[in-house]
Design a binder for this molecule. Structure first.
Ligand code: F6R
Length: 241
């Protein structure tokens, strides 16, 4: 795993965007795996700027998002659909019919999840996947556990993740307890992975990753040590604490 340390979250986003822009310029019909949460926002801002000022062209791009809460409608301001439109899609020239985000309201979540992996394969696989890291080491919503899911599927969120997400909801009862997420194999099958972390809250997990290589299902992010093209971009606060 290659590690890049940047001054702050804004610079972290720029480094990530640079790698995405290279990918898009070298293969204009790339398949991008995308993430939500606070971490990718500076990267999406930089990609939007590159589109506006440097003609970075997203017209042939296909996207697949990592995850979505179960039981939240697309129009809900806390849905990942809403987030992606707001933070990225409405600022670039991506063709909306090429966008895929797991449907947390699907009638049959298990069937939908199976189809999601098939759609990714049909699109030729993910060329580059963007990831954030949970404070507990989750990626997507693959929470620390004895066993991890391979393909996309339904998961119960860890209490620590529910607590971390509570900041976005008015009342605790509204915080989703379940999600649909790409599984570990879906993520690991991406040809290239860019994972980012910023802020002191991510220091403990970043410190473990920057130490010696290890594998533990209790820290799902550690499985990225098995990936041959994975870049971790962290800001000084996450790196130094
Ligand atoms: C989001 C996702 C999660 C987040 C992680 C960090 O699509 O899959 O794994 O990347 O929870 O969240 P933030 O960036 O808000 O700290």
């Amino acid at each position: 795993m290659k590690i890049i340390i940047t001054k702050n979250a804004q610079e972290m986003g720029k480094e990530g965007a640079k790698i995405f822009a290279e990918q898009i310029r070298s293969k204009p019909d790339s398949v991008l795996g995308l993430a939500t949460g606070s971490t990718p926002i500076p990267c999406y801002q930089e990609l939007a700027r590159m589109h506006k000022e440097e003609n970075l062209d997203f017209s042939k791009i296909t996207t697949f998002n990592l995850d979505e809460y179960i039981g939240i409608s697309e129009s809900d301001a806390n849905s990942y659909h809403y987030f992606m439109n707001n933070e990225l899609f409405q600022h670039i020239n991506v063709d909306l019919k090429n966008i895929h985000i797991p449907d947390g309201n699907a009638e049959d979540i298990d069937l939908f999840a199976k189809q999601y992996d098939e759609w990714i394969q049909f699109a030729g696989g993910i060329d580059i996947q963007l990831l954030g890291i949970g404070e507990n080491g989750h990626i997507g919503f693959n929470e620390p556990a004895e066993e991890l899911m391979t393909g996309t599927g339904r998961v119960q969120l860890a209490q620590s993740t529910i607590n971390a997400n509570a900041r976005f909801f008015d009342i605790d009862e509204e915080v989703p307890k379940e999600a649909i997420t790409m599984g570990m194999k879906t993520i690991m099958d991406a040809k290239k992975i860019v994972i980012m972390a910023s802020g002191v809250k991510k220091h403990d997990v970043v410190k473990r990753l920057a130490g010696k290589e290890f594998l533990s299902t209790k820290m799902p992010v550690s499985l990225l040590f098995l990936h041959s093209d994975c870049t971790l971009i962290v800001d000084e606060a996450a790196y130094n604490g």
